[in-house]
Ligand binder design. Structure first.
Ligand code: DAH
Length: 358
């Protein structure tokens, strides 16, 4: 057995003079690591005669405890020194100009969707949603567009591969299936709008394969065409921020409404620009009508008792018109320069707290 007192003295003095954490770690390993000096001594206890072990055991344990405690104390000391050194060595220059902060922009589609929701919410509409991947029943049949109906061709539908039962799912071609889902899952009366993505196999300056629509539906026992007109006129005047906006309803055809109409608003047209709210021209902005009784029957409603109106509006187009954005395709290019120019600062939503009066 070496001179333990001497060993302890040496270890403690080495630990006390360790310069940094690395040196302390090395000392720890050489004393109590797997191949350390104290560990080695501990191992000699096993083969010892019992009375020797009884004498030496407590001495070695004590040695180990003392060394471990010394390492702990030194470790805390070194940590404290390094923090203190950092604090005294560093200083903050509070006069320095702050780094410019990058502020994101709200995409025009998001902005306009929020504006539309705010306007209709003020008239008592709530937001409903439905899936982008639809089936034939909700996208077509329930909306009175049966299999051979020409309107199906007009929709340029993206279909998925047929399933086992031969049914083909599709990307919804309009937001109208949300009407059907909403009526099938809740009880009347209904007053909803359904903004969302829609898809058609189409691409040019004013068409993209994915675009956005907002659907509206109001059904009750006494909803009539006057409500439809009033509601959409309030919407258009508020949205385009023009109390003198001219509007007209033109007869049209949609399978899911009867009668159907298209709503035009007054505008003037230059060579490549359209200005809303002035001039003598007209611009179509949405389709609408009184919900066809057949649609109500498809969702199990009593069409003698309930009636109402529906409408569908292209959100991207509304954004282009309101904010003078010329090319629809740029909406989906994810070009940050475009977004910085046409996007909106956050927290800049229209304030409708004072109602819709213009
Ligand atoms: N679903 C129609 C479309 O995509 C838009 C539309 C027109 C919706 C008239 C309606 C409506 O609810 O009544 O072209």
């Amino acid at each position: 057995m070496p001179d333990l007192e001497n060993l302890q003295e040496r270890l403690l003095s080495d630990i006390a003079s360790a310069k940094d954490k690395e040196e302390l770690d090395r000392l720890r390993v050489s004393a109590i690591g797997r191949k350390g000096q104290i560990t080695g001594l501990m191992r000699t206890l096993g083969p010892m005669a019992p009375e020797d072990r009884k004498r030496t055991g407590p001495i070695l344990n004590k040695l180990k405890t003392v060394v471990v405690a010394a390492i702990g104390t030194k470790e805390r000391e070194l940590r404290h020194e390094s923090v203190a050194g950092q604090v005294s060595g560093e200083s903050v220059d509070v006069t320095l100009a702050p780094r410019p902060m990058q502020e994101g922009r709200i995409h025009p589609v998001s902005q306009v969707t929020e504006e539309i929701i705010a306007i209709f919410a003020d008239m008592g509409f709530t937001v409903a949603t439905g899936p982008d991947i639809e089936d034939d029943f909700h996208n077509f049949t329930a909306l009175n567009i049966p299999a051979e109906h020409p309107a199906r061709q007009m929709h340029d539908t993206f279909y998925f591969a047929p399933m086992n039962n031969d049914e083909r799912m599709l990307l919804r071609t309009h937001t109208s299936p949300v009407q059907i889902r909403h009526m099938l899952s809740t009880k009347p009366p209904y007053r909803i709008i359904a903004p969302g993505r829609t898809y058609r196999c189409d691409s040019d300056q004013t068409h993209t394969p994915m675009f956005h629509q907002v659907e509206g539906l109001a059904i009750d026992t006494a909803v009539h065409m006057g409500h439809l007109k009033g509601c959409l006129e309030t919407f258009a005047r508020t949205f385009f921020e023009s109390s003198s906006l001219r509007m007209r309803f033109r007869p049209s055809y949609f399978p899911f409404t009867e009668p159907s109409a298209e709503m035009d608003i007054g505008c003037s047209r230059g060579k490549d620009s359209i200005v809303i709210g002035e001039g003598n021209d007209w611009l179509e902005i949405l389709g609408c009508g009184m919900v066809n009784p057949r649609v109500l029957q498809h969702v199990g409603l009593d069409s003698e008792k309930y009636q109402g109106f529906a409408f569908g509006l292209g959100i991207d187009r509304a954004a282009m018109l309101k904010y003078g954005i010329p090319d629809l395709r740029a909406f989906f290019d994810s070009d940050l320069r475009w977004l910085r120019h046409y996007g909106f600062r956050p927290f800049n939503m229209p304030n409708l707290a004072s109602g819709l009066a213009l």
